[in-house]
Write a protein that binds this ligand. Sequence first.
Ligand SMILES: [Zn+2]
Ligand SMILES: [Zn+2]
Length: 69
Amino acid sequence: MSESKERSYSRRRRGGRLFRCQCCGQEQPFCWSCPCGFQICDRCFVENKWGISNGPTWICPDCGRIRMM
Ligand SMILES: [Zn+2]
Ligand SMILES: [Zn+2]
């Protein structure tokens, strides 16, 4: 369980829009995302690549949509 300091350290950076990885739950400057709303950061993506990616595409674990990398 890693539900510790939520929002305590996340300030807005230049009004930029941050993603929130649904795998690790942290805000990230970039996430792979799906139209269904699923987002996963690059780090988690690489860790789970064997499970969700197949060459130039990856499959959203939420809706099963095939996404281009
Ligand atoms: Zn993540
Ligand atoms: Zn999806």
